[in-house]
Design a protein. Structure first.
Length: 124
């Protein structure tokens, strides 16, 4: 089980990651978001930033569907995320090693090729 501080620690280990000021957490590389806290919207109520749920960039619809179908206790989506390459992750259901893998993969998909080459060349 991990929490928002674990997300923060993992994300900030990745090169050129920037944390954007928010009510929760929001991490970007090259101005592209790769993991952030879920802004839950319930009609008729103010938006609530959920620190127990992370929104994670996954690259494409096929990857999204594989995660949703393969691990429904960990990943889910909402109507507002239909058609977007994003999944929601229940932080209470993931361990630190898996979080590290998920966040790093999301970072890799958003980072420019030059950063990826630098990271791979450094043996990481």
């Amino acid at each position: 089980m991990v929490d928002a501080e674990d997300v923060r620690r993992v994300a900030l280990t990745l090169p050129h990651t920037v944390e954007v000021a928010s009510d929760g957490f929001d991490f970007r590389v090259a101005d592209k978001g790769f993991v952030w806290s879920y802004p839950e919207r319930i009609p008729g109520k103010p938006r609530v930033i959920r620190l127990d749920i992370a929104v994670l960039f996954v690259g494409d619809e096929a990857e999204k569907q594989a995660l949703l179908l393969g691990e429904p206790d960990l990943f889910f989506t909402t109507p507002g995320y239909e058609g977007l390459p994003l999944v929601l992750v229940r932080l209470a259901a993931v361990d630190l090693d898996r979080l590290r893998e998920l966040v790093t993969d999301a970072w890799r998909m958003r980072a420019p090729d030059a950063l990826l080459c630098d990271r791979e060349g450094a043996g990481k």
